[in-house]
Design a protein around this ligand. Structure first.
Ligand code: ADP
Ligand code: MG
Length: 406
């Protein structure tokens, strides 16, 4: 039995017309002789009746601090509704299908409600239904803990469901169907002429996704990489081949050799707050940084862009966490300078390590556009710049142009 997993994002399922296009992809693969597992997200985006954000607003308008456990119960409904609706589309076209919730599909997670991690997959039920020649439609983005609690996997989590099932079922490949032609050199909403990448390594895309390219969830890439299951990101609405994500050696056989590519793409993350803590006048300076970082971790605030200097500590948090972070720092008896409304723009390329002049080129591109650089950081694969949010799009476009990515 040759199995493939096909995942459809919310934007591919928002109308009956789009669902039909999605169903045609499923049936085409079925006709090619594959056993098919379909993973669906909730239908549509903010404002659509059964979209994840709509469900969140439904309860957050009543209680902003809803218990994450109850929120996850509600959010599980979005994908279940979507799966049942999609199943009817498939049935109407004359094919036998069955819907499974994440739990029924054997997706076991830890108990971090709203951001759960998949611990393992028990694929027996999926297998059995595939053997019975059914198309198995799984509600994405959700799972169940060992003690029976329903969880969700965080934004973009259906990608992760698809990759995890791909690995558990030893699928031939996993297809991520979405509203763009593949993984591009930047978000096409910002860079209109961003190029679709033909073939990329797991590694490159993992970095790009971690830096905000939300076309695929980084965890999905990490999971697929464990067993070398190829991923293909492509459009629901045309027949373009999209982007193949694979490992380095498979890639050498293909047209584009990855080592030729210095920068894979430009990614961005909006809604970031910079925090600057002057530490000069603080008496108990020893271990102070540790104290700050530890208290952030204890409150589940993830911090980024960390620069530790002898007289100040700088880092960033998501805008949503800024108020809480400020309070924590004040509680430690420290002053903090808060700069909200920032954005992180990154140039990502697995091959930039050791290549001189990349940072210079980035600074040049941004200063040419009069963009103020608030902070920078770099690693072997990524150079990050913090800019004001109003400069974000201009910065992405400038970097994309500087590295000739179009
Ligand atoms: P889905 O509902 O299919 O999961 P998402 O909204 O999660 O769709 O992801 C697709 C979107 O990702 C695209 O519409 C595009 O605007 C955005 N995006 C961001 N960065 C990139 C990139 N580098 N390549 C392609 N799309 C990107
Ligand atoms: Mg997505």
């Amino acid at each position: 039995m040759k199995i493939i997993v096909q995942k459809f994002g919310g934007s591919s399922l928002s109308t009956q017309e789009k669902r039909l296009q999605a169903a045609n992809k499923v049936i085409a693969a079925k006709k090619d002789g594959y056993a098919i597992v379909v993973v669906v997200s909730a239908m549509g985006r903010t404002g659509d009746p059964y979209a994840t954000d709509t469900l969140i607003n439904l309860v957050k308008n009543i209680n902003r601090d809803i218990n994450p456990r109850e929120l996850d119960l509600l959010l599980n409904c979005g994908e279940i509704i979507s799966a049942v609706v999609f199943c009817q589309v498939i049935s109407n076209l004359g094919y036998e299908a069955i819907v499974l919730t994440g739990a029924q599909a054997g997706i076991i997670t830890d108990n971090s409600f709203t951001e759960a991690r998949i611990l393992k997959v028990n694929p027996e039920k999926v297998f059995k239904n595939l053997k019975d020649n059914k198309i198995v439609i799984v509600a994405g983005f959700q799972g169940i803990t060992h003690d029976g609690e329903l969880t969700t996997l965080g934004r973009g989590g259906s990608d992760t469901t698809a990759a995890a099932l791909g690995v558990a079922l030893d699928a031939q490949f996993v297809e991520i169907f979405t509203d763009v032609d593949g993984i591009k050199t930047a978000d096409p909403r910002i860079v209109k002429d961003a190029k679709t990448l033909d073939v990329v390594t797991y590694n490159e895309i993992c970095h790009l996704a971690h830096q905000g390219a939300k076309v695929i969830h980084p965890r999905a890439v990490e999971i697929a990489m464990q067993k070398n299951i190829p991923l293909r990101v492509r459009s629901t609405f045309n027949d373009a081949p999209g982007t193949l994500v694979t490992n380095h050696s498979d890639m050498q056989n293909s047209v584009e050799i990855s080592s030729d590519r210095l920068i894979t793409g430009i990614a961005h993350v909006p809604r970031i707050t910079q925090l600057k803590i002057p530490t000069k006048n603080y008496k108990d300076i020893k271990g102070l940084e540790l104290k700050i970082f530890r208290s952030m971790a204890l409150s589940n605030i993830s911090i980024d862009f960390i620069n530790v200097h002898p007289d100040q500590v700088i880092f960033t948090v998501r805008d949503d966490d800024a108020e809480k972070a400020e309070q924590i720092i004040n509680n430690l008896g420290l002053e903090v300078e808060v700069l909200p409304g920032c954005a992180k723009v990154s140039a990502v390329g697995a091959n930039m390590a050791g290549v001189p002049g990349v940072m210079a080129k980035i600074v040049e591109a941004l200063t040419e556009e009069n963009i103020q650089i608030l902070q920078t950081a770099d690693s072997h694969t990524t150079i990050w710049c913090l800019v004001k949010k109003e400069d974000m799009e201009k910065a992405v476009i400038a970097l994309h142009r500087k590295f000739n990515l179009s």
